[in-house]
Ligand binder design. Structure first.
Ligand code: GDG
Length: 461
């Protein structure tokens, strides 16, 4: 009975990638969907993460008693054109305000549409009459339109986990209307911030010729109506706080603490992605060391950056750049008994991450653009209430709309970030507590369960 819910249909979550029960979820979407489904139950459909000789026509099913996982494999060509190609070389940079990195190739677009059609074909057999269908992220924008073409009348919602830039940027995408107009096939489109919502409304008003109805629905010239609403995603705040409070039980956490020998720790945790502003962050830390010799040997910066999307050239390039920068900064400032930057390319279980966050005096989260940024929220939720650390946060992360008590910075302003680091390291216990409490209040109220419930209530309503 996975996913049955008091007489309603089931919840069917769709995302490009499914995090199977035995896999670590290292992305924001996977972390959030796993938390959303675990409590409510339902079906999670998407790519298995496996590249097979052929795109499989067969759906693999498994269940952990609460969630039913339904996955398909993709062929090398489909994976390369759809995932590495159109999703991650065209849409991702565009949505993150990097038109200079957009690589448009009709072959990739064809692969994107092919895989979305394949998803629609396989999904249709899983959808029952009253099921709610919740499709996630930029990989699957046209999926509702393809389901509608096949006669699906269920309520279908879409959540975009990335930012949505202004219409003037979106129109740089060749054939943008063919893709973006399909958003009108959803009943509800969810976005992280009011700015993203406005961008979507403006795109439909000025590019598509849609109008706003009195009830706030967008009406296309063809007469289809849908709503765009703001649902800032949260984390499982209580669970992260609980896990962090057991940090001392992990040998790895104690090892890190001991290795610091009393130095203050600055921590960054990001998928290795150019949107996360890592080179800018390294520069700012170097600037801090340059302007504050008294901090030498008193501070350590730990950057955890598990590689992602290695099939895309820009990701391989930024990896090389960061290795070079870390080497350069350590070469400039290291002493025989002190390494200023510890740069780690591995991923770690969440139980360890929350412990690492907890012993860090500063959480340094400086994306150039980010839909929300869950790491910022996890850092805050992991703090020791008696002696909390300080969050330094980019104004361009969606999280900055809610976490007003972080030290907000422009990540491109090296001097400003270096200054904020200096302020964070010296902040009084009283001020740290006041700021932390206010941020924690937000995170407790707007956790991942509240996010999911608000979205589903709205979709079902
Ligand atoms: C997208 C949007 C939006 C990181 N390293 C490890 C690890 N992680 C986990 C973190 C966190 C998640 O991955 C990263 O989430 P973010 O939100 O920071 O970033 P994206 O992956 O880019 O997520 C973003 C999000 O979707 C949700 O809507 O906030 O804007 O870009 O949960 O803890 N997890 C583990 N080991 C690691 O080494 N287990």
């Amino acid at each position: 009975m996975a996913g049955r819910n008091s007489g309603q249909g089931r919840l069917i979550v769709v995302s490009n990638r499914v995090a199977l029960p035995d896999q670590t979820a290292t992305g924001g979407l996977a972390s959030a969907m796993r938390a959303s489904l675990q409590e409510r139950g339902g079906v999670w459909f998407g790519w298995s993460g496996k590249v097979a000789r052929q795109t499989a026509s067969e759906v693999h099913k498994q269940s952990d008693g609460v969630v039913e996982y339904a996955t398909i494999d993709l062929s090398r060509t489909d994976h390369d054109d759809f995932y590495d190609g159109f999703a991650n070389r065209t849409l991702w940079p565009l949505l993150h305000y990097r038109p200079d990195l957009v690589d448009y190739d009709r072959k990739h677009l064809a692969g994107y549409l092919r895989v979305n059609n394949l998803f629609a074909e396989q999904l249709i057999s899983l959808i029952g009459p009253n099921d709610l269908v919740w499709i996630n992220d930029y990989h699957l924008i046209p999926l509702a339109a393809m389901l509608r073409e096949r006669g699906v009348r269920n309520r279908i919602g879409f959540f975009l986990h990335t930012p949505l830039p202004a219409a003037s940027l979106l129109i740089a995408l060749p054939r943008h209307r063919e893709l973006l107009e399909t958003l009108a096939s959803y009943d509800l489109v969810g976005l992280h911030t009011p700015r993203d919502q406005r961008a979507l409304e403006e795109y439909f008003l000025y590019e598509v010729g849609a109008s706003m109805r009195r009830d706030g629905r967008i009406r296309t010239p063809q007469g289809r109506t849908f709503r765009a609403e703001v649902f800032p995603i949260g984390i499982d705040t209580a669970q992260v706080a609980e896990s962090a409070s057991h940090a001392d039980e992990h040998e790895e956490i104690n090892d890190l603490k001991q290795s610091l020998e009393g130095r203050a720790l600055i921590i960054g945790v990001d998928r290795l992605d150019y949107s996360k502003g890592l080179p800018e962050r390294f520069h700012a830390y170097a600037r801090l060391l340059e302007r504050s010799p008294q901090l030498h040997r008193k501070v350590t910066f730990l950057q955890i950056a598990p590689p992602s999307r290695g099939g895309v050239p820009e990701y391989r390039q930024i990896r090389r750049e960061l290795e070079r920068m870390a080497g350069h900064i350590n070469g400039m400032y290291a002493a025989p008994d002190w390494v200023p930057i510890r740069y780690v390319n591995n991923s770690f279980p969440h139980s360890l991450l929350s412990g690492y966050y907890r012993i860090a005096r500063v959480g340094l989260v400086t994306p150039l653009r980010d839909g929300m940024n869950l790491v910022a929220k996890e850092y805050v939720a992991s703090q020791n209430p008696d002696d909390p650390g300080v969050l330094v946060l980019s104004r361009f992360a969606g999280a900055a709309q809610e976490l007003r008590d972080a030290l907000l910075v422009n990540p491109a302003d090296t001097e400003e970030v270096a200054e904020a680091l200096g302020i964070a390291l010296e902040m009084s216990l009283h001020e740290r507590r006041v700021r932390w409490r206010r941020m924690m209040d937000v995170l407790e109220k707007q956790d991942v369960t509240a996010w999911r419930n608000a979205f589903l209530r709205d979709l079902a309503g």
